[in-house]
Ligand binder design. Structure first.
Ligand SMILES: [Fe+2]
Ligand SMILES: [Fe+2]
Length: 470
């Protein structure tokens, strides 16, 4: 396994210099990427020193170094996990055949579509989060935001490498388009809905990194199973970086919850908003909103595309190895379908239900996160608990879109839903209230009033460490 070559213009562990054409194409894309980063990356922070980690190896453990870096100088590059010797395709119609090192002609279009859709989410989230630095609750959080941002940028590099390296001219055109679309833009929006939403405050950021980055984890994990080996290896290394994004989200929400409880205890008769905290119910409503938006990203419950992707050996299940059978033929999954205005259990051929299989894994993971929050709440001496809504609640994609469900998943009428909307989803007033709390705290070790301090710092540093030189 060659280490990462940092002497090159584009750091890489794919021996890029041996492929002149590809190297030239990527070196042409690089300045366009940097222009995009300077235009659409963290606004107002490009010249500051940030304590960032950079990948130096793809070995698990000790793969990163930490140092002060100005973000435009971050060494974005192309890092693939080690090739597995004699790897074979682990599922679908090509089960047992050697993995592909080139794109099979018959799957070229669907592979490109999958890669472009994943790639598009990476710059999108950087765009969504570009103003958050102006209101960071601490230097610790500011640094975490920027770490997430530069790594999403690197994930874009990971996908663009595949497009340039394996899809010829179409791939190069797609790579340009990835720098042309903009999150939330009316004319040229990003591909997926959740990536066109605003991220105006840090509660949103922490919910986004908990729930939407976690969708990313499951998409990447299912593509890490892919028979197209370069895609598999790329995704495997991306997952290493992704873990930190999920940590930032989960601990961020937890710290807000703990601070809210602390304020409630300080002055039990006072409304938390009068103490400058975020009300518990508001946090629950943000959770409802971002969980439901993130569920949409898995695609429709019943999907012939999903069946094709699985059959082709392109997109597997989460940890395909743990299943005993890998063709998914002659098997079914029970899904609650809507029939004549009623929920009815129906048997769906398993391959067509693959989106739902992956979504189920995701929901279990989200439940674990909520369990951890609730443990922290119990330890803080409160009976309040966060609840994950049903995966039918507030959906805009798939078979439940267009119908209405309460957070328990019961089918209700539109009138019933609208009557409860402000109880279940964030209102404009509370979004404005949360926004009004967003005032920057740039003194090392200090926290904004609405969030508790983290348990420990980054890379063994103290929480008082100067994570960003303001
Ligand atoms: Fe990412
Ligand atoms: Fe991420």
């Amino acid at each position: 396994m060659p280490g990462i070559d940092y002497s090159e213009l584009i750091p890489n562990n794919v021996n890029l210099s041996s492929d002149r054409r590809l190297q030239r194409a990527l070196e042409k894309w690089q300045p366009a990427y940097l222009d995009w980063w300077n235009d659409m990356g963290p606004e107002g922070w490009q010249a500051k020193d940030v304590y960032l980690r950079t990948a130096v190896s793809t070995e698990p453990g000790g793969w990163a170094v930490f140092d002060y870096v100005k973000m435009p100088d971050y060494r974005w590059g192309i890092f693939l996990a080690d090739a597995e010797k004699d790897r074979t395709i682990g599922f679908g119609d090509h089960m047992g055949e050697p993995v592909w090192q080139e794109v099979p002609g018959e799957y070229r279009n669907i592979l490109r579509r999958i890669i472009v859709t994943q790639a598009d989410t990476e710059p999108a989230s950087v765009e969504q989060q570009r103003y958050l630095g102006a209101t960071a609750p601490s230097l610790y959080d500011l640094r975490n935001l920027f770490q997430v941002n530069v790594e999403e940028g690197r994930h874009l590099w990971a996908m663009v490498y595949l497009l340039h390296g394996y899809f010829g001219r179409d791939g190069r055109e797609e790579a340009e388009e990835l720098l042309a679309r903009r999150a939330g833009d009316e004319d040229k929006p990003r591909i997926l809905d959740a990536f066109n939403q605003d991220c105006p405050d840090w509660l949103t950021f922490f919910c986004f990194t908990t729930f939407t980055d976690r969708d990313g984890k499951y998409q990447l994990a299912s593509l890490a199973e892919s028979g197209f080996d370069p895609l598999s290896r790329t995704c495997r290394f991306m997952l290493t970086e992704e873990a930190h994004h999920l940590f930032v989200g989960q601990t961020g929400v937890e710290r807000i919850l703990l601070r809210t409880i602390e304020l409630m205890k300080q002055d039990p008769n006072e409304d938390v908003t009068n103490l400058g905290g975020i009300p518990f119910d508001t946090i629950q409503r943000y959770v409802n909103y971002w969980f439901s938006y993130s569920l949409d990203l898995f695609g429709s419950e019943v999907s012939s595309n999903a069946a094709d992707f699985f059959g082709a050996g392109i997109k597997g299940r989460y940890k395909e190895d743990k299943y005993e059978e890998h063709t998914a033929l002659d098997q079914i999954k029970i899904i609650q379908m809507l029939q004549d205005g009623k929920l009815t259990a129906e048997e769906i051929p398993l391959r067509n239900a693959m989106n739902e299989v992956l979504r189920d894994e995701y929901v279990v993971d989200c439940e674990k996160v909520v369990e951890k929050w609730n443990k922290a709440l119990a330890k803080a001496g409160t009976e309040l608990r966060i609840e994950l809504p049903s995966s039918r609640f507030h959906r805009r994609q798939g078979i439940y879109a267009g119908s209405h469900f309460d957070p328990k998943g019961n089918l209700i009428t539109e009138e019933q839903f609208e009557a409860k909307r402000t109880e279940w989803l964030p209102t404009r007033e509370e979004r404005e209230y949360v926004a009004s709390l967003m005032k920057p705290v740039y003194e090392p070790g200090k926290m904004a009033n609405w969030i508790a301090a983290p348990r420990k710092g980054i890379n063994g540093q103290a929480t008082e460490y100067e994570y960003v030189r303001v």
